[in-house]
Design a binder for this molecule. Sequence first.
Ligand SMILES: Nc1ncnc2c1ncn2[C@@H]1O[C@H](COP(=O)(O)OP(=O)(O)O)[C@@H](O)[C@H]1O
Ligand SMILES: [Mg+2]
Length: 258
Amino acid sequence: MRLSQHNVSFSDEELDIRSPKLVPLITYPHYSECEYKDRIIEMESLGITSIILGGGGKTIVNSAHIAGKGCVGIVVKSKVGSKVCALKIRRTDADRKTMDNEARLHKMANSAGVGPILEGYTKNLIAMEYVSGQSIIDWAGNNKAAKSKIRIVATDVLEQCFSLDAAGLDHGELSRLARHVIISDRPYIIDFESASTTRKTCNVTAAAQSIFLYGVVANKVKKILGNTDREKSVIHALRTYKHFHTRANFEAVLDSLL
Ligand SMILES: Nc1ncnc2c1ncn2[C@@H]1O[C@H](COP(=O)(O)OP(=O)(O)O)[C@@H](O)[C@H]1O
Ligand SMILES: [Mg+2]
Protein backbone atom coordinates (compact mmCIF):
# COMPACT_ATOMS: atom_id res chain seq x y z
CA MET A 1 0.00 0.00 0.00
CA ARG A 2 1.43 3.40 -0.95
CA LEU A 3 1.84 5.86 1.83
CA SER A 4 1.79 9.62 1.63
CA GLN A 5 4.25 11.77 3.55
CA HIS A 6 1.96 11.71 6.57
CA ASN A 7 1.70 7.94 6.63
CA VAL A 8 -1.87 8.02 5.31
CA SER A 9 -2.54 5.80 2.31
CA PHE A 10 -4.57 7.03 -0.66
CA SER A 11 -7.29 4.47 0.07
CA ASP A 12 -7.67 5.85 3.57
CA GLU A 13 -10.51 8.15 4.41
CA GLU A 14 -9.53 11.05 6.62
CA LEU A 15 -12.52 12.53 8.39
CA ASP A 16 -13.00 15.57 10.57
CA ILE A 17 -13.71 14.43 14.14
CA ARG A 18 -17.27 15.82 13.80
CA SER A 19 -18.07 13.77 10.71
CA PRO A 20 -21.45 11.97 11.15
CA LYS A 21 -19.78 8.77 9.96
CA LEU A 22 -17.65 8.71 13.12
CA VAL A 23 -20.52 9.06 15.61
CA PRO A 24 -21.05 5.30 16.10
CA LEU A 25 -17.30 4.77 16.58
CA ILE A 26 -16.87 7.59 19.06
CA THR A 27 -19.73 6.24 21.19
CA TYR A 28 -19.39 2.54 20.46
CA PRO A 29 -21.58 0.55 21.01
CA HIS A 30 -24.31 2.81 22.52
CA TYR A 31 -24.86 6.41 21.45
CA SER A 32 -25.78 9.11 23.90
CA GLU A 33 -25.63 12.78 23.06
CA CYS A 34 -23.95 13.62 26.33
CA GLU A 35 -21.17 11.01 25.88
CA TYR A 36 -20.68 12.11 22.27
CA LYS A 37 -20.30 15.79 23.15
CA ASP A 38 -17.90 15.02 26.01
CA ARG A 39 -15.73 12.90 23.73
CA ILE A 40 -15.54 15.57 21.03
CA ILE A 41 -14.40 18.08 23.65
CA GLU A 42 -11.83 15.56 24.92
CA MET A 43 -10.51 14.97 21.39
CA GLU A 44 -10.12 18.70 20.93
CA SER A 45 -8.26 18.97 24.22
CA LEU A 46 -5.79 16.33 22.97
CA GLY A 47 -5.41 18.21 19.68
CA ILE A 48 -6.97 15.41 17.61
CA THR A 49 -8.00 16.97 14.31
CA SER A 50 -9.13 13.98 12.26
CA ILE A 51 -9.71 10.24 12.29
CA ILE A 52 -8.54 7.99 9.51
CA LEU A 53 -10.60 5.00 8.46
CA GLY A 54 -9.13 2.26 6.30
CA GLY A 55 -5.39 2.20 6.77
CA GLY A 56 -5.24 -1.55 6.25
CA GLY A 57 -7.17 -2.01 9.50
CA LYS A 58 -8.61 -5.54 9.66
CA THR A 59 -11.27 -4.81 12.24
CA ILE A 60 -14.61 -3.67 10.88
CA VAL A 61 -17.07 -1.75 13.02
CA ASN A 62 -20.22 -0.35 11.42
CA SER A 63 -18.62 -1.06 8.02
CA ALA A 64 -15.59 1.12 8.89
CA HIS A 65 -12.10 -0.41 8.92
CA ILE A 66 -10.36 0.53 12.15
CA ALA A 67 -7.07 -0.38 13.87
CA GLY A 68 -8.64 -2.66 16.47
CA LYS A 69 -11.30 -3.43 19.01
CA GLY A 70 -11.16 -4.95 22.49
CA CYS A 71 -13.41 -5.16 25.55
CA VAL A 72 -12.39 -1.75 26.84
CA GLY A 73 -11.84 0.31 23.76
CA ILE A 74 -11.84 0.69 20.05
CA VAL A 75 -8.66 1.97 18.46
CA VAL A 76 -8.58 4.26 15.44
CA LYS A 77 -5.79 5.90 13.52
CA SER A 78 -6.02 9.63 14.05
CA LYS A 79 -4.11 12.82 13.48
CA VAL A 80 -2.86 15.57 15.73
CA GLY A 81 -2.07 18.20 13.13
CA SER A 82 0.19 16.35 10.69
CA LYS A 83 1.22 13.67 13.17
CA VAL A 84 -0.44 10.24 13.04
CA CYS A 85 -1.35 8.61 16.34
CA ALA A 86 -3.51 5.81 17.68
CA LEU A 87 -6.57 6.86 19.63
CA LYS A 88 -8.13 4.39 22.05
CA ILE A 89 -11.73 5.35 22.75
CA ARG A 90 -13.39 3.87 25.84
CA ARG A 91 -16.35 1.69 24.90
CA THR A 92 -19.57 2.94 26.43
CA ASP A 93 -20.12 -0.59 27.79
CA ALA A 94 -16.58 -0.97 29.23
CA ASP A 95 -16.32 -2.32 32.77
CA ARG A 96 -14.57 0.88 33.92
CA LYS A 97 -15.62 4.48 34.10
CA THR A 98 -12.38 6.13 32.98
CA MET A 99 -9.09 5.45 31.22
CA ASP A 100 -7.12 6.98 34.12
CA ASN A 101 -5.79 3.74 35.56
CA GLU A 102 -4.80 2.33 32.18
CA ALA A 103 -3.01 5.58 31.34
CA ARG A 104 -1.11 5.49 34.65
CA LEU A 105 0.04 1.91 34.05
CA HIS A 106 0.82 2.65 30.39
CA LYS A 107 3.06 5.54 31.48
CA MET A 108 4.89 3.22 33.88
CA ALA A 109 5.46 0.78 31.02
CA ASN A 110 6.83 3.64 28.89
CA SER A 111 9.21 4.54 31.72
CA ALA A 112 10.49 0.96 31.53
CA GLY A 113 11.00 1.46 27.77
CA VAL A 114 7.95 -0.64 26.84
CA GLY A 115 4.82 0.08 24.79
CA PRO A 116 3.76 2.69 22.25
CA ILE A 117 4.58 6.14 23.62
CA LEU A 118 1.57 7.62 25.41
CA GLU A 119 0.91 11.08 24.00
CA GLY A 120 -1.97 12.16 26.22
CA TYR A 121 -5.20 11.00 27.81
CA THR A 122 -8.56 12.14 29.08
CA LYS A 123 -11.45 10.41 30.87
CA ASN A 124 -12.49 8.45 27.77
CA LEU A 125 -9.44 8.58 25.50
CA ILE A 126 -5.81 7.54 25.27
CA ALA A 127 -3.70 8.98 22.45
CA MET A 128 -0.50 7.06 21.75
CA GLU A 129 2.10 6.26 19.14
CA TYR A 130 0.51 4.43 16.21
CA VAL A 131 2.12 1.04 15.62
CA SER A 132 1.83 -0.02 12.03
CA GLY A 133 2.36 -3.75 11.70
CA GLN A 134 0.96 -7.23 12.13
CA SER A 135 -0.14 -9.13 15.17
CA ILE A 136 2.58 -11.57 16.24
CA ILE A 137 0.45 -14.52 15.14
CA ASP A 138 0.06 -13.26 11.55
CA TRP A 139 3.71 -12.25 11.51
CA ALA A 140 4.86 -15.73 12.59
CA GLY A 141 2.62 -17.22 9.90
CA ASN A 142 4.35 -15.09 7.25
CA ASN A 143 7.89 -15.93 8.35
CA LYS A 144 8.04 -19.64 7.79
CA ALA A 145 11.68 -19.75 6.78
CA ALA A 146 13.01 -17.06 9.03
CA LYS A 147 14.33 -18.78 12.15
CA SER A 148 16.77 -15.95 12.84
CA LYS A 149 13.98 -13.35 12.69
CA ILE A 150 11.90 -15.34 15.17
CA ARG A 151 14.88 -15.38 17.51
CA ILE A 152 15.47 -11.65 17.22
CA VAL A 153 11.79 -10.82 17.83
CA ALA A 154 11.40 -13.32 20.68
CA THR A 155 14.51 -11.99 22.42
CA ASP A 156 13.26 -8.40 22.05
CA VAL A 157 9.81 -9.29 23.46
CA LEU A 158 11.40 -11.11 26.39
CA GLU A 159 13.86 -8.26 27.09
CA GLN A 160 10.85 -5.92 27.28
CA CYS A 161 9.15 -8.38 29.62
CA PHE A 162 12.27 -8.47 31.79
CA SER A 163 12.16 -4.66 32.00
CA LEU A 164 8.51 -4.84 33.09
CA ASP A 165 9.35 -7.49 35.68
CA ALA A 166 12.18 -5.30 36.98
CA ALA A 167 9.81 -2.30 37.14
CA GLY A 168 7.30 -4.34 39.18
CA LEU A 169 4.57 -3.99 36.55
CA ASP A 170 2.69 -7.12 35.57
CA HIS A 171 1.03 -6.80 32.15
CA GLY A 172 -1.50 -9.50 32.99
CA GLU A 173 -2.38 -10.69 29.49
CA LEU A 174 0.87 -11.89 27.99
CA SER A 175 -0.33 -15.46 28.05
CA ARG A 176 -2.64 -14.22 25.26
CA LEU A 177 0.30 -12.89 23.34
CA ALA A 178 -1.35 -12.93 19.92
CA ARG A 179 -3.57 -10.00 20.90
CA HIS A 180 -0.92 -8.06 22.78
CA VAL A 181 2.16 -7.85 20.59
CA ILE A 182 2.29 -5.97 17.28
CA ILE A 183 5.35 -6.46 15.10
CA SER A 184 6.48 -3.31 13.36
CA ASP A 185 10.19 -2.48 12.84
CA ARG A 186 10.39 -4.16 16.24
CA PRO A 187 7.84 -5.80 18.55
CA TYR A 188 5.56 -3.58 20.62
CA ILE A 189 3.73 -4.82 23.69
CA ILE A 190 0.34 -3.08 23.79
CA ASP A 191 -2.68 -2.68 26.05
CA PHE A 192 -1.97 -2.05 29.72
CA GLU A 193 -5.61 -2.15 30.83
CA SER A 194 -5.12 -5.34 32.86
CA ALA A 195 -1.70 -4.39 34.23
CA SER A 196 -1.00 -4.27 37.94
CA THR A 197 1.68 -3.06 40.30
CA THR A 198 0.47 -5.27 43.14
CA ARG A 199 0.32 -8.71 41.47
CA LYS A 200 3.45 -10.82 41.32
CA THR A 201 5.10 -10.06 38.00
CA CYS A 202 5.15 -12.91 35.52
CA ASN A 203 5.76 -11.14 32.22
CA VAL A 204 8.80 -13.17 31.14
CA THR A 205 7.19 -16.45 32.16
CA ALA A 206 3.86 -15.74 30.46
CA ALA A 207 5.43 -14.45 27.23
CA ALA A 208 8.04 -17.23 27.00
CA GLN A 209 5.34 -19.83 27.49
CA SER A 210 3.15 -18.34 24.80
CA ILE A 211 6.00 -17.91 22.30
CA PHE A 212 7.61 -21.29 22.81
CA LEU A 213 5.38 -23.69 24.71
CA TYR A 214 1.61 -23.41 24.59
CA GLY A 215 -1.04 -21.87 22.35
CA VAL A 216 -1.50 -20.53 18.84
CA VAL A 217 1.74 -18.51 18.59
CA ALA A 218 3.84 -21.33 20.09
CA ASN A 219 2.39 -23.81 17.61
CA LYS A 220 3.57 -21.67 14.70
CA VAL A 221 6.95 -20.94 16.28
CA LYS A 222 7.57 -24.64 17.00
CA LYS A 223 6.89 -25.44 13.35
CA ILE A 224 9.41 -22.83 12.24
CA LEU A 225 12.16 -23.64 14.75
CA GLY A 226 11.67 -27.39 14.54
CA ASN A 227 11.29 -29.86 17.36
CA THR A 228 14.15 -30.14 19.80
CA ASP A 229 14.47 -30.79 23.51
CA ARG A 230 13.76 -27.11 23.95
CA GLU A 231 10.57 -27.58 25.98
CA LYS A 232 12.21 -29.34 28.91
CA SER A 233 15.03 -26.84 29.24
CA VAL A 234 12.65 -23.89 28.86
CA ILE A 235 10.39 -25.19 31.62
CA HIS A 236 13.39 -25.75 33.89
CA ALA A 237 14.88 -22.28 33.24
CA LEU A 238 11.51 -20.58 33.74
CA ARG A 239 10.99 -22.37 37.04
CA THR A 240 14.30 -21.00 38.35
CA TYR A 241 13.59 -17.50 36.99
CA LYS A 242 10.13 -17.54 38.58
CA HIS A 243 11.71 -17.73 42.05
CA PHE A 244 14.41 -15.11 41.50
CA HIS A 245 14.04 -12.54 38.72
CA THR A 246 17.77 -12.02 38.32
CA ARG A 247 19.56 -11.10 35.10
CA ALA A 248 21.51 -14.36 35.22
CA ASN A 249 18.34 -16.43 35.55
CA PHE A 250 16.78 -14.42 32.73
CA GLU A 251 19.75 -15.09 30.48
CA ALA A 252 19.42 -18.78 31.24
CA VAL A 253 15.83 -18.52 29.98
CA LEU A 254 17.03 -16.87 26.76
CA ASP A 255 19.71 -19.55 26.30
CA SER A 256 17.18 -22.33 26.78
CA LEU A 257 14.88 -20.88 24.15
CA LEU A 258 17.21 -20.17 21.30
N1 LIG B 1 -0.85 1.85 19.49
C1 LIG B 1 -1.54 1.09 18.62
N2 LIG B 1 -1.26 1.17 17.29
C2 LIG B 1 -1.97 0.42 16.40
N3 LIG B 1 -2.96 -0.44 16.74
C3 LIG B 1 -3.26 -0.56 18.05
C4 LIG B 1 -2.57 0.19 19.05
N4 LIG B 1 -3.08 -0.13 20.26
C5 LIG B 1 -4.04 -1.04 20.02
N5 LIG B 1 -4.17 -1.31 18.71
C6 LIG B 1 -5.11 -2.27 18.08
O1 LIG B 1 -6.37 -2.19 18.75
C7 LIG B 1 -6.70 -3.45 19.35
C8 LIG B 1 -7.43 -3.22 20.65
O2 LIG B 1 -6.59 -2.49 21.53
P1 LIG B 1 -6.46 -2.90 23.05
O3 LIG B 1 -5.60 -1.88 23.72
O4 LIG B 1 -6.02 -4.32 23.17
O5 LIG B 1 -7.97 -2.76 23.56
P2 LIG B 1 -8.70 -3.43 24.81
O6 LIG B 1 -8.08 -2.83 26.06
O7 LIG B 1 -10.11 -3.03 24.64
O8 LIG B 1 -8.45 -4.91 24.74
C9 LIG B 1 -5.38 -4.21 19.46
O9 LIG B 1 -5.56 -5.59 19.43
C10 LIG B 1 -4.63 -3.71 18.25
O10 LIG B 1 -5.01 -4.43 17.08
MG1 LIG C 1 -6.96 -5.92 25.11
